[in-house]
Every structure is written in structure tokens, then in C-alpha cells.
Design a protein around this ligand. Structure first.
Ligand SMILES: [Zn+2]
Ligand SMILES: [Zn+2]
Length: 383
């Protein structure tokens, strides 16, 4: 093998060339040596690859700095390895201005971005909690069945260290590139290697517990915290708690827990507020009354009904609602007053009511005025 040429020399630029000098030099050389322009010319093809590699290193600040310090013998090696294959560049991209050109560069800079990250499947688990636990927050656990790393082979799928080899079809990359000529353009497509299902490895001596997959199905208990005030339908994400990849060839997926919340006997929820209908007697509305009822936060909820209240009036109790998930503090409790209608009144009570009717019922001559006043209030939006 001949001595590797200096990257600056390849691009014909000085060692203090600016980024735009580098880009300019690469462009003109890439045009000159592009295989589409020089079909079946091995020399041009080699030069084209050389130019691509030089550009990939020098256009990347970090790589350029390393190259300037260590030359071709950098301690962590060439990021493109010996098998540097060039990048997906087609004629169209190279000769058009603007975004097309830049997008090949960004693909280019990544260097190994073509070796797409493999990740195991995400899992979704639904978990139901009661209203009180939503209100106060709680520690939950749930038993799920999913694929987990096989204990027998620590996820490798092989009985022993030698029981797994790099895939020949894709040289262990897991992906294969196919080049297709469409008119004047070369189009490259990259796909999972069919021989190793994209893992880059082949198990020759499979583990007996998982039959070479590296994963087994098992029940496991997951534990997680539900913060106070969580909305129904929220998905908690447990990073890396999803399924592992086969043969440990990538990172595990994530586990999502979707929270469902039981209804409460009294309350409806509206964001961070709690709404409650509260039936009280006619006498309570007229004279006012103070009630104390137990509440979710452990302290009694005090409801002060002012004298002269009407059914449909609401009373807001500030700061006793649900913990806000955005912002600080808690929402309110809104109490909607309803009129409690007593059932099965005794004859005695009914006759007492008759005695009161003159003072509490509406009189005949007031009815029409009263209807008119209601209509006017309704139109003005007053109750
Ligand atoms: Zn195994
Ligand atoms: Zn393969």
C-alpha cells in the first residue's frame, strides 16, 4: 500500500485554510473526479475517495485538530477506518446550490451516522390508580411480562465467546448499501442486512436458554412514582426499560407507562380544580350555614354558605384543589349549590309549610314582574 497523502495536499490548500477555502476546494475537486463524470476511470475514482476523506476530516473542527496534531497516526485511529467507502453523493446534490449540498455535508460529518443506532422495541403498559393517589402522589408498582436479557448468555445469544462471529454479508455493519444508476445519477440506498437482520453478527453456537436470540420472556416488577396532580393519559417514560435488542446489538427500548385514574365519588376534575355539587336545604340557603366535610388533603373542607344564596351559586375555596403540574401551588375547590328537596314530608310539616306560604311563596301579582326580571337578567348574562 502506498503512503497516505496529506489531506491538505489532496485538497491543494494551505494548513491555515479557512472553512470556506476547504469547502471551495472540495467542491471543485469533487466535481472534477466525480465517477459520473469519469466513468470506468479507476484513477479518478481513487482520487474522488481521497478528496472525500480529506474533506470529511478537515471540515470537522475536532477531527482537523487531531489531524493537525497527530497526522494520519491519531491515537484513536481514522474514524472512517480502513474501509472508508465514501458517502452518498450524487451529481444532482453536488452541482446544485444550497440545501441539497449542505445536507450531504451534514451526512458526511457524522462519519459513522450511516451506522444507524439499533434500539430495542418500546413497551407501553397501562396502569390504573385511584383518585386519592393522583391527588397526593404515590409510589406504584406493576408486574409486566416482557423480553429481557437472557441470563444464560448475558444477552449475546451465544454459548461461549467464540460462538458468535461478524456477519460476512455486511462485514459486521448490519447494513448494506446498494448503488443504482438512474440516468446520469448514482443513487445509493442503505438497508438492513438480510443475513443478520441488521445486527452485524451471526451466532454459530447458540445459547440453549434463548436459542440464540439473547432474550427471554419473563415477568418483572416495575416501580415508579406518580407525582401529585398527574393528568389521566400521561405517559411516564422509563428510559432503557423496554425490550433489549437481539444479541445485545444495540440499546434497549424505552418503557412507557400510561396512567389511568379512577373517578372520585364526589369530585370532577377540571385541570387543577375540583368541582363538586352540594345539595343544601331551603332554610340553609336563606339563613346561611357553615359545613365541614372531610377532604382529600386530610384537612376538613370548610364550606361557608352566605345567607341569601340561591341554587346554582358557586363557592370557590382557593388553594384546596389539585397540585398544579405546571406552575406552583394548587387549584381551587368549586362548590356548586343545589337545592335539596325533602321527600316524604309528614302531614304535620306540610301544614306548617302552609302556614308559611304567605311569607315565602311568590304572590300572584308578583309572578309576571318576576318572569320579566328573569328574562332581562338572562339576556344581560346575570343570574
Ligand atoms: Zn441466552
Ligand atoms: Zn449482516
Amino acid at each position: 500500500m502506498t503512503e497516505k497523502r496529506d489531506y491538505y495536499e489532496i485538497l491543494g490548500i494551505s494548513r491555515d485554510a479557512s472553512d470556506s477555502d476547504i469547502k471551495k476546494a472540495f467542491r471543485s475537486l469533487a466535481r472534477k473526479y466525480h465517477p459520473d463524470k469519469n466513468p470506468d476511470d479507476e484513477e479518478s475514482e481513487a482520487r474522488f475517495k481521497e478528496v472525500q476523506e480529506a474533506y470529511a476530516i478537515l471540515s470537522n473542527k475536532e477531527q482537523r485538530r487531531k489531524y493537525d496534531t497527530f497526522g494520519h497516526n491519531r491515537p484513536d485511529g481514522n474514524p472512517f477506518g480502513s474501509g472508508f467507502q465514501g458517502v452518498n453523493i450524487n451529481f444532482e446534490d453536488l452541482f446544485s446550490e444550497g440545501s441539497g449540498f449542505d445536507s450531504i455535508f451534514s451526512q458526511f460529518f457524522g462519519g459513522n451516522s450511516r451506522r444507524r443506532e439499533r434500539r430495542g422495541n418500546d413497551l407501553l403498559v397501562r396502569h390504573r390508580i385511584n383518585f386519592e393517589d393522583m391527588f397526593n402522589g404515590s409510589e406504584e408498582e406493576s408486574v409486566i411480562e416482557s423480553l429481557v436479557e437472557c441470563d444464560g448468555c448475558l444477552g449475546s445469544g451465544a454459548k461461549s465467546m467464540d460462538g458468535v462471529t461478524s456477519c460476512n454479508t455486511c462485514d459486521g455493519r448490519g447494513r448494506i448499501t446498494q448503488t443504482q444508476r438512474i440516468g446520469p445519477f448514482l443513487q445509493e440506498s442503505v438497508s438492513d442486512c438480510p443475513n443478520c437482520a441488521g445486527t452485524g453478527r451471526v451466532v454459530t453456537d447458540p445459547c440453549s436458554s434463548c436459542r440464540g436470540d439473547g432474550r427471554v420472556k419473563r415477568e418483572r416488577t416495575i416501580r415508579f412514582s406518580v407525582p401529585p396532580g398527574m393528568m389521566a393519559g400521561t405517559r411516564l417514560r422509563m428510559q432503557g426499560q423496554g425490550e433489549p435488542t437481539t444479541g445485545n446489538s444495540g440499546l434497549p427500548g424505552h418503557l412507557y407507562i400510561e396512567i389511568a385514574i379512577d373517578d372520585h365519588d364526589w369530585f370532577e376534575r377540571s385541570d387543577s380544580d375540583l368541582l363538586m355539587a352540594f345539595p343544601v336545604g331551603f332554610h340553609d340557603l336563606v339563613k346561611g350555614r357553615r359545613f365541614e366535610i372531610p377532604h382529600l388533603d386530610g384537612k376538613p373542607l370548610v364550606i361557608e354558605i352566605p345567607a341569601g344564596s340561591k341554587p346554582g351559586d358557586t363557592i370557590d375555596i382557593r388553594g384546596r384543589g389539585i397540585t398544579k403540574t405546571r406552575g406552583r401551588g394548587r387549584g381551587d375547590v368549586t362548590v356548586l349549590l343545589k337545592l335539596h328537596m325533602p321527600q316524604n314530608l309528614t302531614q304535620e310539616v306540610l301544614s306548617s309549610l302552609d302556614d308559611l306560604s304567605d311569607s315565602i311563596d311568590i304572590s300572584n301579582h308578583e309572578i309576571e314582574d318576576s318572569i320579566r326580571r328573569e328574562a332581562r337578567n338572562r339576556r344581560m348574562g346575570v343570574d
